[in-house]
Design a protein around this ligand. Structure first.
Ligand SMILES: N[C@@H](CCC(=O)N[C@@H](CS)C(=O)NCC(=O)O)C(=O)O
Length: 230
């Protein structure tokens, strides 16, 4: 049976850029589960009203509705224990830290570089909603929020030191193969790659090589996605 995923899209239906939806896309691929990734836009609230909330990812699996990327990963491991495991209980506990670090430091840093680029790729009515909601959240215009990108990239790269030091000695956060922690962090870089030409990583950075491995994983699922060659 194919799982349906409501997947954030831009004006182009195949521009799928949500960091959280990418966590779920890779989790589904890791478990070798077939997925129908339906395009969803910020103002398509009605289309996911059945889930009782307004954010993606949402999955529907044989009538079962699950939302929130973390809850979805848990659900997949619990429901399909015989398929490759996303995270053992101990890995899951540590992935919680990785998720908190990603949500704050990594995605927080990337947001200040790409939010204006994200806006440019949306349908007109989504642009209105996105600008209004994000400018209220950030307390400034998208343009001011993203100003001075070149100077900010150096600081962003520095903030990745814990990731860099880890990946210098092992190919994945999961060790010799990726686990859910890898997909959490990777989702942030895929968000940027799908929306912005900003060169977030230097080519000699171990993080760059790790990202390449994940772009190539699962027959190039993430690498083939519509985005920029950064
Ligand atoms: N904690 C949620 C976050 C999901 C989330 O924030 N999704 C964004 C897209 S990246 C969304 O749907 N936003 C809808 C909106 O801003 O109205 C998860 O991990 O799934």
């Amino acid at each position: 049976l194919t799982i349906t995923l409501y997947d954030l899209a831009g004006a182009e239906e195949d521009r799928r850029f949500s960091p959280y939806c990418w966590r779920t896309r890779l989790a589904l691929a890791h478990k070798d589960l077939a997925v129908d990734a339906v395009p969803w836009h910020f103002t398509d609230k009605d289309a996911i009203a059945f889930s009782g909330q307004g954010r993606v990812p949402v999955i529907v699996d044989d009538g079962e509705v699950v939302f929130d990327s973390w809850t979805i990963a848990d659900y997949l491991d619990a429901t399909y224990p015989d398929r490759p495991v996303l995270a053992s209980p101990a890995e899951r506990a540590l992935a919680k830290f990785v998720s908190a670090w990603t949500d704050t430091v990594v995605q927080g840093g990337i947001a200040r570089l790409i939010m204006a680029d994200v806006w440019a790729l949306l349908r007109e009515k989504d642009q209105v909603y996105f600008r209004e909601s994000r400018e209220a959240r950030f307390g400034t215009t998208l343009e001011a929020f993203c100003a001075g990108r070149d100077e900010k990239i150096a600081a962003f790269r520095q903030s990745l030191a814990p990731l860099r030091l880890t990946l210098k000695d092992q190919p994945y956060l999961g060790g010799i193969s990726p686990n859910y922690a890898d997909y959490i962090v990777f989702g942030a870089f895929q968000w940027a790659r799908c929306t912005s030409k900003a060169q977030l990583l230097a080519e000699d950075d171990p993080v760059f090589a790790w990202r390449r491995r994940l772009l190539d994983a699962f027959d190039g699922l993430a690498g083939k996605a519509l985005g920029y060659k950064v």
